[in-house]
Design a protein around this ligand. Structure first.
Ligand code: 5RP
Length: 236
C-alpha cells in the first residue's frame, strides 16, 4: 500500500469513528492531505452533522464543495470532536503540526473540542518529536528577533517560502509563504523535543509569535493510525 492509500484508509476509519457520535452535532475539521481524505469519505454522510468548523480556507472550500454547512467558530459552543492529521506524533499523543501552514486555526479549533482525533499513517509516529522541522507562525515584522530567540534553543531557523509564485503579482521565487492569517512561518530544524509541553509554553512567550506548531496542551486524545494491515485505534 502506498502512502496515499494509507491516508485514504485512515480517512475512512475516521469517518466510521465520527459517525458513532450522536447526529445533529458540529464537527471540527483539520487541514492537509489526510484531512482531505477524511472530508471526502465523510461527504456522503454530511447530514449526520449540523455543520462543521474549519481550520483553513482550503478546508472550508473543500467542505463547501461537498455541501457541508461551515460555521463561524465564534458561533459554536459545543464541539465534540476535532479530526486532523499531524506531521509527527509521539507515544503520549503530543504532536508537531503546521506542515500545511494552518497551525494557528488548527490549535484554536482543537482547543474548542472535547476530543482531538488525530489521523495519520504509521510513518508519522516517532519516539521523540523534532525530526520534522517545528513550524512557528509569526507576525512578519518580528522575523529577526524571533529567529534569534529560536536559534538560542539550538535549532536551525528558516523562513518558509511560498511554493506557488505568482509572477502576475510581481512575486519572486523567494517570496515568504503567507498564512491564512497574514502571518509568516519560521521552520525550526534540528530540535530534539523531550518536553513538548514546556517548549510549547516557552516559544509561545516570545513576542511576535502567533502560534507554535507543538500540540502538547492540545494533544491528541485518540489516534487512528494506518499501516498495511489496517487501522489501529490508540487512546491517550
Ligand atoms: C497542516 C497540518 C497537517 O495536519 C499536517 O501537515 C499533516 O498533513 P498531511 O496529512 O498532508 O501529511 O498540520 O497545517
Amino acid at each position: 500500500m502506498n502512502q496515499d492509500q494509507l491516508k485514504q484508509l485512515v480517512g475512512e476509519g475516521a469517518r466510521d469513528e465520527v459517525l458513532k457520535l450522536p447526529a445533529g452535532q458540529i464537527l471540527g475539521v483539520g487541514t492537509g492531505s489526510t484531512a482531505n481524505c477524511f472530508i471526502d469519505a465523510l461527504a456522503p454522510h454530511k447530514d449526520h452533522f449540523a455543520g462543521a468548523v474549519s481550520s483553513s480556507n482550503a478546508t472550508t472550500e473543500r467542505l463547501l464543495k461537498h455541501g457541508f454547512t461551515v460555521l463561524d467558530p465564534n458561533d459554536v459552543k459545543d464541539l465534540p470532536a476535532y479530526v486532523d492529521g499531524a506531521d509527527e506524533i509521539d507515544s503520549a499523543g503530543n504532536m508537531i503540526k503546521g506542515g500545511g501552514g494552518a497551525l494557528t486555526r488548527e490549535k484554536i479549533i482543537a482547543s474548542m473540542a472535547q476530543q482531538f482525533i488525530c489521523i495519520c499513517d504509521a510513518s508519522k509516529q516517532v519516539p521523540v518529536l523534532g525530526t520534522f522541522a517545528l513550524p512557528v507562525e509569526i507576525i512578519p515584522l518580528s522575523r529577526g528577533v524571533v529567529t534569534r530567540e529560536l536559534e538560542k534553543l539550538g535549532g536551525t531557523v528558516s523562513l518558509r517560502l511560498s511554493k506557488e509564485t505568482r509572477s502576475d503579482l510581481g512575486q519572486t521565487p523567494s517570496q515568504a509563504f503567507v498564512t491564512d492569517n497574514g502571518g509568516w512561518i519560521l521552520d525550526v530544524a534540528g530540535l530534539r523535543i523531550s518536553d513538548p509541553l514546556a517548549l510549547e509554553a516557552q516559544i509561545n512567550q516570545i513576542a511576535g509569535v502567533i502560534t507554535v506548531g507543538l500540540f502538547a496542551k492540545e494533544k491528541a486524545d485518540i489516534l487512528l493510525v494506518s499501516n498495511a494491515s489496517g487501522v489501529s485505534r490508540l487512546t491517550f
